[in-house]
Design a binder for this molecule. Structure first.
Ligand code: SF4
Ligand code: SF4
Length: 300
């Protein structure tokens, strides 16, 4: 049993309670333009390229059997449709301008890494989080890791977009202590327009998780001009109070971390130039959620 990840972060304090080890899974069905981990979107292992490190040696072009690399006047260009991620070119790139993004990891190895920090989880009421990407896209792997964590007495958290099948949820939820559940836009048409999928299934899954009595924190990304309107904040607050009977809210203000990774993958960054919200604007949104009787914290 193995899964594709793009990072394992030990001693994380932002992905659930206490000190945690977070597995960042590859693959996500949504297309949020503010995503700070574009390498999370594809399930496959990918080739990244940093033009600032390239010395124009041309060795990668000679190594590539499928002709995916072209030499430019400065640097190279990778034809992503031709590239099959064989990674042969990595070995000849001395300045490490080429970089592998992601790796396959066995459940055994993931557990071995997780167990290294068991005493920190105990002392801090922490544990393990599977984030992404969308971890429920690799539900068999996540369920296996969580099952073994539970057997070892380790707290488990899933950080999800909620866009997942019933079977994926059924596989993972029995071994899950806490769900961090993203709610981006309550209006279905706007949700479709911005992240390319309706929110119907997401909201159904949210109600289902609540009905199963699993601890839940709603996470709302605050993206200027996209998710921060009063209408959206009020709509989410109403849904959480009326349909879920309340749940704590985390707001995640927009930031620009990770934007450099877009160019590594030749993915355009649509929010170029967008300024983060001012502290007062974030505070006003926190107050608005609190005015519905909900607890609300800022997570940065
Ligand atoms: S990863 Fe393989 S297919 Fe892709 S550019 Fe490198 S050598 Fe070519
Ligand atoms: S091998 Fe590396 S340094 Fe040489 S051209 Fe290719 S990317 Fe640039």
């Amino acid at each position: 049993m193995s899964g594709n990840i793009f990072n394992i972060q030990r001693f994380s304090v932002q992905d659930g309670p206490g000190i945690r080890t977070t597995l960042f899974m590859k693959g996500c069905p949504l297309a949020c333009p503010w995503c700070s981990n574009p390498e999370s979107q594809a399930n496959e292992i990918e080739l990244g390229y940093r033009d600032s490190l390239c010395d124009d040696c041309g060795r990668c072009k000679d190594k590539c059997k499928v002709g995916a690399i072209s030499i430019l006047e400065k640097g190279i260009s990778i034809d992503r449709d031709k590239c099959n991620s064989c990674l042969d070119c990595l070995a000849v790139c001395a300045p490490t301008a080429l970089k592998v993004l992601g790796e396959s990891i066995s459940a055994d190895r993931a557990i071995a890494i997780i167990l290294k920090d068991a005493k920190f989880y105990q002392n801090s009421n922490g544990g393990v989080t599977c984030s992404g990407g969308e971890p429920l896209m690799q539900s068999e792997f996540v369920a296996e890791v969580f099952k073994r964590c539970k057997a070892a007495g380790i707290h488990t958290t899933i950080d999800t977009t909620g866009h997942a099948s019933k079977s994926a949820l059924e596989r993972v939820l029995p071994f899950t202590d806490l769900v961090l559940f993203d709610v981006k836009l309550i209006d279905n048409e706007k949700h479709k327009k911005v992240v390319k999928f309706p929110n119907t299934r997401i909201l159904q899954n949210l109600k289902r998780i609540k009905s199963e009595g699993i601890s839940l924190i709603i996470r709302v990304p605050l993206i200027p001009g996209l998710t921060d309107s009063e209408e959206n904040i009020d709509g989410i607050a109403q849904f959480v109070t009326e349909e879920l009977g309340g749940a704590p809210i985390n707001v995640l203000p927009y930031h620009r971390f990770g934007t450099n990774k877009y160019s590594m993958l030749d993915i355009p960054y649509e929010l170029d130039g967008l300024a983060p919200l001012a502290e007062e604007q974030v505070a006003a949104i926190v107050n608005r959620f609190e005015s519905f009787g909900l607890s609300c914290e800022v997570v940065v």
